[in-house]
Design a protein around this ligand. Structure first.
Ligand code: ZN
Length: 407
């Protein structure tokens, strides 16, 4: 595998500047195109699965994190508070407390549950500068996060559905887990809540993994401070493992925030929070995709999906028309004319672009294109609009392979 830090800069996906600071990468246009495609995919996937999206501020009062437990259990990786008009405000280390307050903003009935709140939102970690690099160790990240507020009876089904979404997204992205891990508490006093509740939550998650037929290992000491979790581990180019996706069961924060719903019996009940992330942070997943695919992203994610290559200057207008029609279909298409070099060199420099449409005299006269695939396959000349429609349909289907008119 490739090192995403090196390849990410070569492909002009992201970079850093000492004046912004270490661990604070910025996204260049090509990287931003990949991220935007991912964000759009996640929002659609979540909407189809019954999630509702919210936005919440990246800051909160210190008191909010004292209630959630982050301040006492997580403070060493939190930014120091900012004093503002007599109040202490911190950059948030997680989105959970904000979502708990959104749940609490009005009364809730059992009829509304499960209530699934999702957000692609910023969170912050005060990592030491020595460990920062690329997109994997950062001080600011955009998290694909969600919290499902549900009854105890609904927890297993919600965790199961979240795990199924993770597997669906991995198939679309062409990535594979290194392993599934059931993360449990270890020795030491950093865990909150009673052992009985931990055992119950861990048993639910073990049941979800077993029900999905997935082999897993247990990780002692890898749980969140508030509950056990399923972690989906991926390996980087140096075979180091990291958690990309997670499903967590939390009985603690609903208690801390005094959350409740009115049950069918008319009485107040405590909901459970299922925390889940399908693709972790945008930073971590893009780092993994760069390494996994060596920059040759699935077509629906590629910064450029189609490059149009007129053989001669005289064919540039015809190529420009095809590029414009591709863009109108929503494709990220670029015209690469003879001023950029020979046809061979233009094909080589577009080697990571999934589709290359070569326009020669014969094709232009017949209103056709000869499509070359990134993997070296060549398709027979096709009517230009049929080729563009075929590519656009494959891209819309978000699959890991390439479109092949013959298939
Ligand atoms: Zn959470």
């Amino acid at each position: 595998m490739h090192d995403h830090r090196k390849l990410g800069r070569e492909l002009e996906l992201f970079d850093t500047d000492p004046l912004i600071g270490s661990g604070l990468p910025y996204w260049l246009p090509a990287g931003a195109a990949v991220r935007h495609a991912l964000e759009q995919y996640l929002r659609e996937l979540e909407r189809q699965a019954g999630y509702q999206h919210v936005y919440s501020p990246v800051l909160g009062k210190r008191e909010l994190y004292e209630i959630s437990g982050h301040w006492s259990h997580y403070r060493d990786v939190m930014y120091p508070p900012m004093e503002l008009g007599g109040e202490a405000v911190v950059l948030r280390p997680s989105l959970c407390p904000h979502h708990a307050l959104i749940y609490r903003s009005r009364g809730r009935s059992y009829r509304e549950l499960p209530l699934r709140l999702a957000e692609l939102g910023g969170q912050y970690r005060a990592e030491l500068s020595g460990v920062l690099g690329g997109l994997t160790r950062v001080r600011a990240m955009q998290l694909n996060d969600a919290h499902v507020f549900c009854t105890p009876d609904q927890v297993a089904a919600e965790a199961d559905a979240a795990l199924a979404m993770i597997r669906q997204a991995y198939a679309a992205l062409g990535i594979e887990p290194a392993r599934y891990r059931l993360s449990l508490p270890g020795a030491g006093g950093k865990y909150v809540g009673s052992p009985r509740i931990w055992e119950r939550a861990a048993a639910m998650l073990a049941g979800v993994l077993a029900g999905a037929g997935l082999a897993y290992e247990t990780g002692e000491g890898e749980a969140a401070f508030y509950g056990p979790k399923i972690d989906v581990q991926v390996a980087d180019c140096a075979e180091r493992e990291a958690t990309l996706s997670t499903v967590q069961i939390d009985f603690y924060q609903p208690e801390q925030f005094g959350l409740h719903y009115i049950g069918a019996d008319g009485a107040r009940h405590r909901p459970v929070m299922v925390h889940r992330s399908i693709l972790g942070s945008m930073e971590r997943v893009v780092a993994h995709l760069i390494e996994r695919h060596g920059g040759a992203f699935p077509d629906w994610l590629a910064p450029e999906q189609l490059v149009v290559l007129p053989v001669t200057d005289a064919l540039v207008p015809s190529a420009a028309s095809i590029t414009g029609r591709a863009a109108a279909l929503g494709l990220r298409a670029r015209l690469a004319g003879p001023e950029l070099g020979t046809l061979g060199s233009r094909i080589r420099s577009a080697r990571l672009v999934p589709y290359q449409a070569v326009i020669g005299e014969k094709e232009s006269a017949a209103g056709q294109v000869a499509v070359r695939l990134r993997d070296g396959r060549r398709l027979p000349p096709l009517p230009a609009d049929a080729a563009l429609a075929g590519i656009a349909a494959h891209v819309a289907g978000r699959r890991a392979g390439l479109w092949d008119a013959a298939a």
